[in-house]
Design a binder for this molecule. Sequence first.
Ligand SMILES: Cc1cc2nc3c(=O)[nH]c(=O)nc-3n(C[C@H](O)[C@H](O)[C@H](O)COP(=O)(O)OP(=O)(O)OC[C@H]3O[C@@H](n4cnc5c(N)ncnc54)[C@H](O)[C@@H]3O)c2cc1C
Length: 245
Amino acid sequence: MRRGDVTADVPPARCDVLVVGSGAGGLSAAVTAASLGLNVIVVEKEAVFGGTTAWSGGWLWIPRNPLAVAAGIVEDAEAPRTYLRHELGPHYDETRVEAFLEQGPRMIDFFQRETAVMFIDGNAIPDFHGASPGAREGGRSVCAAPFDARELGPRFAQLRPPLDLISPWGMGIASGTELRHFLNAMRNWRSFAYVTRRVVWHMLDLVVHRRGMKLVNGNAPSRGSPDRRSTAASTCAYRRQCANC
Ligand SMILES: Cc1cc2nc3c(=O)[nH]c(=O)nc-3n(C[C@H](O)[C@H](O)[C@H](O)COP(=O)(O)OP(=O)(O)OC[C@H]3O[C@@H](n4cnc5c(N)ncnc54)[C@H](O)[C@@H]3O)c2cc1C
């Protein structure tokens, strides 16, 4: 189909919330609305869903996030506020910053509790500008945890593949420990063994599924994505383990 073409093969539908775009912003809104019992439709202009998010590193800068707190990294909001004030300069918008600082940790908690999306901590990852006022040496980042694409069922075929530039043979390399193994593969036997295993499994996936089945980084948040139907009745479909099912 060319840009500008209109198809009439989509039947009319009704919903409480219409979300335009299927990146992290759109799908987060859709999942939240669905969890509140609203009937949601997500529309996407591309043939694949995931947007730029599916190409991304998948890291979220969320000061005071629950994973940091669980690891004993506790700070009040003043330090990240100071950091943002310094980094944003004239673009600092108090209302948005306060909403971000308050709702960011709640958002991570919500996804981990209510959906299949899980996170790994970035407690050892420092802020980009470590010399700026309010900067920390770690504890303000989380990343979507890797997961097996089979969980997505038939929707997997519609998930945007990882960015080819940073994914050899279509194999996404997870930030953190996995990336460290790849960088050390020629210096350390354990890393070499890890990388060999990972590449072999990926090649087997290519033979069997024609695509890597280990979804990492920005590809991983799709775990809570559209076909986990967006209706109140199916809200529990988002859950990894649901006591009611
Ligand atoms: C290689 C790479 C690595 C990155 N790593 C990170 C990182 O680690 N951490 C970080 O914070 N950021 C990172 N980013 C940036 C981050 O990916 C984006 O800021 C984020 O994904 C934007 O999310 P979004 O939901 O706003 O938009 P998108 O994910 O782009 O989603 C928007 C969606 O809307 C659709 N759309 C647009 N217009 C319409 C329309 N009219 N009708 C229907 N659909 C429409 C688009 O097709 C798209 O699918 C990275 C970016 C890249 C490219």
